[in-house]
Design a protein around this ligand. Structure first.
Ligand code: GUN
Ligand code: ZN
Length: 439
């Protein structure tokens, strides 16, 4: 996948979708920008303007190249708030539920990442797969091995991606060969922060796997490391499975709740992202909202592993920051469109309707906000980094046919999110460079 060098000034004509805010349950004009015949103008890798084509075309200097994507939809690249790259090779593994699945499939697959060559090869495939699916930023779990992070962030740097990753911390309740110690885990994480955080477009995430696999000492040192690095991410799992929740209660009997374990070790704050957040109560939700911690909603994983149904209404009432995650390999697809489709169905099962506007908001600006990166990515506001995707709108005969009886933008978006998958992604751009495409 090689990109064509960015032009100083480049324009793209097509329908445009971008968000200024959370459209909530309705379509609020001030939060959504949809332009049927729009122009996206990119200068030196950044968004310069996004508006009606007829307004912007006359303002372009003579000779500015205009790529004709009329009939297609341009939107900011998808933002993935929770995924495991080392689980790429065991996606779609048959197991009972979370704890068996970890033991039988996830841990053995992660064991192979002591081999830096395997890590490199997997990282390349993984990043190709993100590009093919229109995902331009992701918050990624490595394994316990520092070389897993070197492989992923090294490749991400070569591709000029805004990418976040961390080495897993786990010092108990997992195979011996996958354990670090409280001290070695913190030392290696500190070295990785030094090496990667803030380099090119990269960020580091302090990554305790979950409360089950870290001792009190390890969580305490992780909290201290986070306090020394306030801009660094924190990334973990929270209350995904009822047996897991019970285990955490047994391991930390004095904690009020599972969330309280993380909070007591200083692991709740902005840029702290917790995957799942299924079996939590309103007090937990308020704490997450107040501290600025975010939930990564992982619908395909929650259905596949039989974990539970995220409560959108309660999360919104509490004001929790929320993004979408595929959670590959517990999740079953790299595609954000497939993920949105399952998120919609989860909301349905909880009696909550997810509008197409909100679904695409969550996959773009909502994800950027959940990651504390909305000043750089997630929208077409001037000055943002020009990571964007072109959706075909006709990727299968059925979608092409169905679009003809979907007259409004909201109906078209709903068809896309319900029927679309990787085939919908016509092109993916990173900082104004086309890195993948069929169009
Ligand atoms: N909880 C702890 N580790 C994992 C993991 O690898 N995947 C999922 N889905 N949940 C977890
Ligand atoms: Zn996960």
């Amino acid at each position: 996948m090689s990109g064509v060098p960015a032009q100083p000034l480049q324009a793209y004509r097509g329908s445009l979708l971008s968000f200024f805010g959370d459209p909530g349950d309705g379509h609020c004009e001030s939060d959504v920008k949809f332009i049927d015949d729009g122009l996206l103008v990119v200068e030196n890798g950044l968004i310069k303007a996004a508006d009606e084509a007829q307004t912007l075309l006359p303002t372009l200097p003579r000779g500015t190249p205009v790529v004709d994507y009329r009939g297609r939809l341009l939107m900011p690249g998808f933002i993935e708030t929770h995924i495991h790259y080392p689980q790429t090779d065991m996606i779609a593994a048959y197991a009972a539920q979370l704890l068996d699945w970890l033991e039988d499939h996830a841990f053995p697959a992660e064991g192979r990442f002591s081999d830096a060559v395997h890590a490199e090869e997997t990282a390349e495939f993984f990043l190709d797969e993100l590009a093919r699916n229109g995902t331009t930023t992701a918050l990624v779990f490595g394994t316990v091995h520092a070389c897993s992070v070197d492989a992923l962030l090294g490749q991400a740097e070569k591709r000029n991606l805004r990418m976040i990753a961390g080495k897993v911390l786990m010092d108990r309740n997992c195979p011996e060969s996958l354990r670090d110690t409280a001290e070695s885990g913190t030392r290696e994480s500190a070295a990785l922060i030094e090496k990667w955080d803030g380099r090119a477009r990269l960020h580091y995430a302090i990554t305790p796997r979950f409360a089950v696999t870290s001792s009190d000492a390890q969580l305490a040192l992780a909290g201290q490391l986070a306090a020394r690095h306030p801009g660094v991410f924190i990334h973990s799992h929270l209350a995904e499975n009822l047996n897991e929740v019970k285990w955490v209660h047994d391991l930390f009997p004095r904690a009020r709740s599972y969330l309280d374990v993380y909070e007591s070790f200083g692991l709740l704050r902005e840029r702290a992202v917790y995957a799942h957040c299924l079996h939590i109560d309103d007090e937990d939700r308020m704490h997450m909202a107040r501290t600025g911690a975010s939930a990564a909603v992982c619908a395909t994983s929650n259905l596949f592993l039989g974990s539970g149904l995220f409560d959108f209404a309660a999360a919104r009432r509490a004001g929790m920051r929320t993004g979408l995650g595929t959670d590959v390999g517990g999740g079953t697809s790299f595609s954000m469109l497939r993920t949105i489709a399952e998120t919609y169905k989860v909301a349905q099962l909880r009696g909550h309707r997810l509008t197409a506007w909100r679904a695409f908001y969550l996959a773009t600006l909502g994800g950027a906000r959940a990651l504390g990166l909305a000043d750089r990515i997630g929208s077409f506001a001037p000055g943002r980094e020009a990571d964007f995707v072109v959706l075909r709108m006709d990727s299968t005969p059925l979608i092409a046919r169905r679009m003809k009886s979907a007259p409004t933008p909201a109906e078209k978006l709903f068809v896309l999110m319900t029927l679309g998958d990787d085939r919908e992604i016509g092109a993916t751009y990173i900082m104004g460079e086309r890195v993948w495409g069929t169009l």
